[in-house]
Design a protein around this ligand. Sequence first.
Ligand SMILES: Cc1cc2nc3c(=O)[nH]c(=O)nc-3n(C[C@H](O)[C@H](O)[C@H](O)COP(=O)(O)O)c2cc1C
Length: 315
Amino acid sequence: MSENLLFTPITIGKKIASNRLVINAMECCDADPEGNPSPRTCRRYERLFEGEAGVIFLEAITVTYESRARLNQLSIMPHNQKALEKFTQAMRATNPKPLFIWQLTHAGELSNPEFSRRVSVKPLPGLGGDLLSEEEVDAIIDQFALSAKIAYHCGADGVDLKLCHGYFGTQVLRPYNDRSWKYGGAWERRRQFAFDLYERVRKAVPDPNFLVGSKVTMWEGIPGGQGCAGPDSAVMDLSEPLDLLQGLKERGANFILVSAGNPSLTIALAHSDKRIPDYAYLHHLFQREARKVLAPQVVTMGSAYSIFRDGKTTS
Ligand SMILES: Cc1cc2nc3c(=O)[nH]c(=O)nc-3n(C[C@H](O)[C@H](O)[C@H](O)COP(=O)(O)O)c2cc1C
């Protein structure tokens, strides 16, 4: 085996990844009309499993078909269980080694109104959508918990409770969510959403071997965005995201996948561009700061490495 640290095993929770290469979540919108993996989805993941990465993330899979970002998005509701089980078995048969972690998502205000219900906790200018009641937000947490249970029964190694990229988790956590309601206004109330989410998911799947973690946007780069200094400020302030990581660590998170930006609004920050490598270096700063809070109990994973894949940042 190579001496390179990347190719050495790492313990995540009670599981072991055979190496430290991670395939980030990548939606490709090729599910069938019920939200089940299509032959094309299966072929994509087979190819990933044929590789030797230690961890593979399943792309953003919606906990409800009612509100979703993509027409042909994968879905994880009770009617999808059988198909997802078969899909997982096929991937394990291709290569049993990688840890397979599923990214559970709710699109909230990024749900596409052309085919689903756009909902919001405080609409960003230009987005809109139905304002959710506290009971509806509670029901969304229940949907995440049910989906985590389905993932567990289908044979996933764990779930990524998505708190990044402007999707529902971000919408609640960002300072722009300054309405006075159960999960709005003061940081202590906004972060409570993530804490309640973790508590309910752990309760739904009490097996300590099941991994629970999140992909987190450290700085969204829009006024009032996640990791910004206030509801009207785009200035970076990592105090809330770092406090969130501390709280998730205390609630038993096994991993955090550090990210940044909002692909709908600040795409260069989320998916670094070879012509603007500066943002990728910013990811390194976020990863270092996150690791200071999380290590050694919680594994820190990074993103935005792809532009370095040829050992250089220019094309
Ligand atoms: C086609 C495509 C689909 C993506 N889908 C997701 C997704 O489902 N969930 C997610 O968190 N990020 C998604 N991303 C973002 C990546 O996971 C990653 O955060 C970003 O591309 C930067 O990291 P990289 O250098 O590893 O690509 C997607 C990116 C691309 C290019």
